[in-house]
Design a protein around this ligand. Structure first.
Ligand SMILES: O=P(O)(O)OC[C@H]1O[C@H](OP(=O)(O)OP(=O)(O)O)[C@H](O)[C@@H]1O
Ligand SMILES: O=c1cc[nH]c(=O)[nH]1
Length: 183
């Protein structure tokens, strides 16, 4: 199957701006707010959100990264073991307003694992979820996002791929690909 471009670069920039403004509308001066990006791919989005929030508001909202590997309900079931990533949270989340950030929401199992993993860092006042792509109709658990870039219809045989601009990729783009084409 051909990969299909579902969110081109220019639209993705607008989407990021919108998500930041939605956060500002809800979080005001961000005095009690912390951002937590889910490893591995939510980290890039969380860094972008933090940077753009700073450009718009002048505030640098605390940002950490959370690895959920050992909290996943399929951890012992996977044929190929998954590599763990670093958790790096150098602030307390006790009584904070936490915004969990990830690129894709599909079954909801990664977010469920994140909720478990996060509790080791304290009891937050509230937890919200921000994602770029909400894959519809595939949720295994009752988990929904508070802030959504775009909702996408897709087949179980497909995968959403968020490709961020870097030394090998000229632009930020979001693709729908066939799982069999995954590299
Ligand atoms: O809602 P879920 O079904 O948990 O899927 C969403 C998660 O999948 C992706 O991660 P990754 O590619 O690392 O996970 P995967 O191997 O489950 O696709 C993505 O970055 C999300 O974290
Ligand atoms: O489409 C999907 C589903 C899970 N994880 C992804 O990164 N993309």
């Amino acid at each position: 199957m051909q990969k299909r471009l579902i969110v081109p670069h220019a639209l993705l920039q607008i989407m990021l701006q919108r998500l930041c403004h939605q956060l500002i509308e809800t979080h005001g001066d961000f005095s009690k707010t912390v951002l937590i990006g889910l490893q591995p791919r939510g980290k890039f989005l969380a860094q972008r959100i933090q940077k753009q929030l700073q450009q718009i508001t002048g505030s640098l909202v605390p940002l950490g990264f959370l690895d959920t590997t050992f909290y996943r309900d399929d951890f012992r079931r996977r044929e190929n073991p998954i590599a763990a990533n670093a958790t790096s949270i150098d602030f307390i989340i006790e009584d904070r307003r936490v915004v969990l950030i990830d690129d894709v929401l599909f079954t909801g199992r990664s977010v469920r694992a994140a909720l478990d993993a996060m509790i080791a860092f304290g009891r937050p006042a509230e937890v919200e979820l921000l994602i770029l792509i909400d894959r519809l109709y595939q949720r295994d658990l009752p988990i929904q996002a508070n802030y959504v870039g775009q909702k996408v219809n897709s087949l179980a045989s497909q995968k959403v791929l968020v490709a961020w601009q870097n030394e090998n990729t000229a632009e930020d783009n979001i693709w729908l690909i066939s799982k069999t084409d995954e590299v």
